[in-house]
Design a protein around this ligand. Sequence first.
Ligand code: PMP
Ligand code: GLU
Length: 404
Amino acid sequence: MSAVLESTALLADRINNLEESATLAMSKKSREIAAQGHKVINLSVGEPDFKTPKHICEAAKAAIDGGFHNYTPVSGIAELRKAIADKFKRDNNIDWKPENIIVSTGAKHSLANAIQVLINPGDEVIILAPYWVSYSEMVKLADGKAVVLNGAFENDFKVTPEQIEAAITPKTKMIMYASPNNPTGSVYSEAELRKIAAIVEKHENIFVLADEIYEYINFLEEGHFSIGSIPAIKDRVITVNGMAKGFAMTGWRIGFIGAAKWIVDGIDKLQGQVTSGTNHIAQKASVVAWDDMSAPAIMKEAYLRRRGLVVDGLKAIPGFKVNIPDGAFYAFPDVSTYFGKTDGETEIKDADDLSMWLLEKAYVATVSGSGFGAPNCIRISTAASDENLLEAIERIKTAVATLK
Ligand code: PMP
Ligand code: GLU
């Protein structure tokens, strides 16, 4: 191949300016080290270690055998849009019709679509941090400006309504957040979300992008609350969810949005030019998912038990500051006490260094908090077996004890 053809400088600026996904990059690196023969415990990528529930798999098999092999409508098959509308009513108290629903290729795609159809160059998007790695890059891809607000460790890593109010400018177009949160596991309460909604209500050009992908992994008694259920701002809330986390269906790639029809129609237009309707078999399988909620409940109990193991284990590591996650399947310790220390060979300057060093020295893959807007932390996925989690914590503890 000629030198010119290999030059990354020829890539479009939007790609050269884009960060690689930190979660996927660490997962790739972890596979590379494992391929060298090391027993790596991969706690980087956040992915349920369970299998998809049987009734969903059976529906997929029936769809294959039944000949559902063709393109679907761009927004998704009618029966799935209806099942999702029913789910929004049942679980979220949001009254959307099937015409308010659009199905996409994973919640990641749903989020990117919502940003593409609403954000103009220069529009500001308030992102509640710590935030999931792809948010800021999705905003960048739309030529928007990410305005990152940090939730303090002392406030359960949550951003306050006062911080949000103070950050609003005439250019603010959107507020986006995930609850339960990735990477912190924090859950915004109904009271907090009502306060945020009251601020949004005052600014009629501001939209809320609510990422509820971890809805079913919520350990709080009060349960999940959807900001989209608040009538005063309902038409300006885009609720994103998907099958990946609650139903252990990461590879099936089904995400969806509930939103005002004109937003859904905008996304339909975009998808119609870029991806078309997503996988027919996976859509048919997803239709039956909500008929049996026993698997999400069992998985939640397992994540809760593991949270206990991991939080206790991490707290026993000198210097680690550990918050208790109320949902999702991550722990997000502040490890900054180790910055500036060395094992005699490698100096740990920041969380990127520590995360890489843990992979190379202890064969435990984590993700640095820097990509999540929290450079003092590392993220540890608890979606792994108890045995692997305990072993990983032991390895981390032994490794960091050598840092002086
Ligand atoms: N939002 C958050 C907060 C996530 O953690 C993930 C997981 N990757 C997604 C969205 C995307 O999910 P999906 O696999 O459905 O694209
Ligand atoms: N949500 C997961 C994570 O944060 C999946 C990886 C990804 O899609 O970035 O690790």
